[in-house]
Write a protein that binds this ligand. Structure first.
Ligand code: ZN
Length: 599
């Protein structure tokens, strides 16, 4: 375990600074009574750190579990701890502008109500989405019905919608592990995710932005509030921006600099992020904004006050990402592979002495592999790894070579005794993948995962290990989250809608199908053709005049309805309507609760 700067208690003072009021009880429900947020379930974090948690993570969770309304500076407030993210409220001439309205409309409404109870019934006069992740826009209908300026970085809508189009179902399943959704909240169970406690589970909404920010240095005024923007695409999110409130001397850092090491690649799966760009944006933030802010706040965690402290914080965050990037590439060019670099690379001690460089959400170990992945991909160059058997087939053979399952379990016990839990997990994983009915191996692996989880500094590692242990003991936890949000579906572009159909085509079933459908989007004035051939659904805009098998005239809303499984009533059809059924017949369904810790 790295030395922890336990003497440094400054974060506790900053996390409490400006406190006005709590939400009590800290429970948010839907209209029909379902609990979507329960902050009080984390009250146990007030106890001393138990044996079942890493002291650094326990400390971080204790800070993240604080909840309520806080004054950041005159006219700038935050509601923290009522969802994974923070809602920031900036008071203008007529009302209040909301920066990042949380994940769920229910939590956003509760946060606004708490603010209004102490600051008066100010109308919401504008909204800012700092970036494309759902914890920064999903609650918007909890604060406004629209009709106000909504500002977002260029590319926001496309990327906000696209994350769910392609690998969304797999990400949703893995997010159950990432957040430890099925774990009890207890000293032995879920104690947060580093960035916050967990994600709320209410109604996700989206109102499209009315104004895209397109360049760094752009200035806008909403409700008398001046804002200067810095665009930071391709770092923490594909579209993101920082902003300065010059008249408040306050700097919003979105999610580009928070009080932990962030992910270059989320363990739930994502397109890998660019550490080099991330570091450069932080350098740019210092040069643009140093001396112009007395407080810096983000959409997670607590603010940092004081001009010097802000610059130190930004430079340390910058150096952390730059070090990860540059040192990984240095070692790559000496021939080291991802797992080798992950073992060899350590943060400089002076950076480790800053709490906010610690890996509570991201981690040096998996971030290094993300840098490797970005530049070199999955293959490490070793031909032995080019054509390995898949996990279950490998496992069966390893178990046979090790003298059968009993032998593997015996070896595993030896490594457990030597406290080499990592190798014990590898061995027992083979035993379980070879025969998932092997209860002894399952139980022992669950025990090993539990111990690895309890020792982890990183909250998402802890959650993955403990979820693995839970599913080994109890079986797969069925998916309960409904991932479809009508607003998010409506935000899809026509191209994204056809993409989402194309990735559901069951290739082999469609090998011998051949059909063409023209889609005339009457409200958009667009013509698209989808052609199914060779097991591939190809889309083309403005097709030629040759006849398709079927022509449909419909609105985008009707197209979204078709995608959501509604029928074709009201859709004008011309040609062979049977081809639509033939297309639907070759569409596959995602599996929402696939196995992870068993074969
Ligand atoms: Zn976030």
């Amino acid at each position: 375990m790295a030395d922890l700067p336990l003497h440094d208690q400054g974060d506790f003072a900053d996390a409490d600074r400006g406190f006005i009021a709590k939400l009590s009880p800290a429970v948010v429900r839907t209209a029909d009574g379902r609990v979507v947020w329960d902050g009080d379930s984390y009250d146990f974090l007030q106890e001393d750190c138990p044996e079942t948690a890493h002291p650094g993570l326990w400390r971080q969770s204790r800070l993240c579990a604080r909840q309520g309304l806080y004054e950041v500076t005159s006219g700038v407030y935050q509601v923290r701890g009522l969802d994974l993210s923070n809602m920031t409220l900036v008071e203008g001439d007529r009302g209040v502008v909301v920066i990042d309205p949380l994940i769920s409309t229910e939590c956003a409404a509760a946060a606004l109500k708490l603010y209004r109870a102490h600051r008066g019934d100010r109308p919401v006069t504008g909204v800012i989405y700092t970036h494309t992740h759902v914890d920064h826009f999903g609650g918007v209908r909890g604060v406004t019905d629209g009709g106000v300026p909504i500002l977002a970085p260029a590319g926001f809508l496309e990327h906000a919608a696209s994350e769910r189009v392609y690998a969304g179902h797999a990400m949703t399943r893995r997010a159950v592990y990432l957040y430890g959704r099925a774990l009890p909240r207890s000293p032995e169970g879920q104690i947060g995710c580093g960035l916050g406690m967990t994600a709320s589970t209410g109604t996700v909404s989206l109102i499209p932005p009315t104004l895209d920010l397109t360049r760094t240095g752009q200035e806008e005024t909403v409700d008398g509030i001046r804002m200067i923007f810095q665009l930071t695409p391709g770092a923490q999110a594909p579209a993101e921006m920082n902003l300065l409130l010059p008249d408040r001397r306050a700097l919003c850092l979105a999610e580009n600099a928070t009080h932990n090491q962030h992910n270059l690649l989320s363990l739930r799966g994502a397109v890998v992020r660019d550490a080099r760009a991330w570091a450069r944006y932080l350098t740019e933030a210092v040069s643009l904004f140093a001396g112009r802010a007395d407080v810096a706040f983000a959409s997670h965690h607590w603010p940092t006050w004081g001009g010097e402290a802000i610059v130190r914080f930004l430079e340390q965050q910058r150096d952390m990402y730059a070090y990860l990037h540059d040192q990984t590439l240095r070692l790559i060019n000496k021939g080291l592979t991802g797992p080798e670099i992950a073992e060899a690379l350590h943060m400089p001690p002076q950076l480790e002495q800053a709490w906010h460089t610690h890996g509570y959400h991201g981690a040096v170990s998996h971030n290094v592999k993300a840098v490797y992945q970005r530049y070199l991909g999955w293959f490490d160059g070793n031909p032995a790894h080019l054509w390995e058997h898949p996990p279950r087939e490998s496992a069966i053979r390893y178990v046979e070579c090790l003298g059968g399952a009993a032998g593997v379990v015996a070896f595993a016990r030896r490594y457990i005794d030597e406290n080499d839990l990592r190798f014990a997990a590898q061995l027992l994983n083979h035993a379980v993948f070879a025969d998932e009915g092997n209860k002894e191996a399952r139980d022992l692996l669950a025990e090993v995962y539990t111990r690895l989880g309890h020792g982890a500094e990183n909250a998402t590692w802890r959650n993955f290990y403990l979820m693995g242990a839970l599913e080994l003991a109890d079986g797969i936890v069925p998916a309960t989250m409904d991932v479809t949000s009508p607003d998010l579906l409506a935000a899809l572009s026509v191209e994204q809608i056809f993409d989402s159909i194309a990735i559901r085509v069951d290739g082999p079933r469609a090998w011998h199908e051949r059909l063409a459908i023209d889609w005339h989007l009457t409200d958009l004035g667009e013509r698209h053709r989808t052609t199914l051939c060779n097991g591939v659904l190809v889309q083309q805009r403005n097709p030629g005049d040759d006849a398709a098998d079927l022509t449909l005239r419909l609105t985008k809303e009707q197209l979204v309805g078709l995608l959501a499984g509604k029928g074709v009533e009201g859709v004008e059809r011309e040609g062979n309507t049977a081809v639509l059924q033939r297309l639907v017949a070759v569409l596959d369904r995602p599996v929402p609760d696939f196995a992870i810790v068993t074969a």
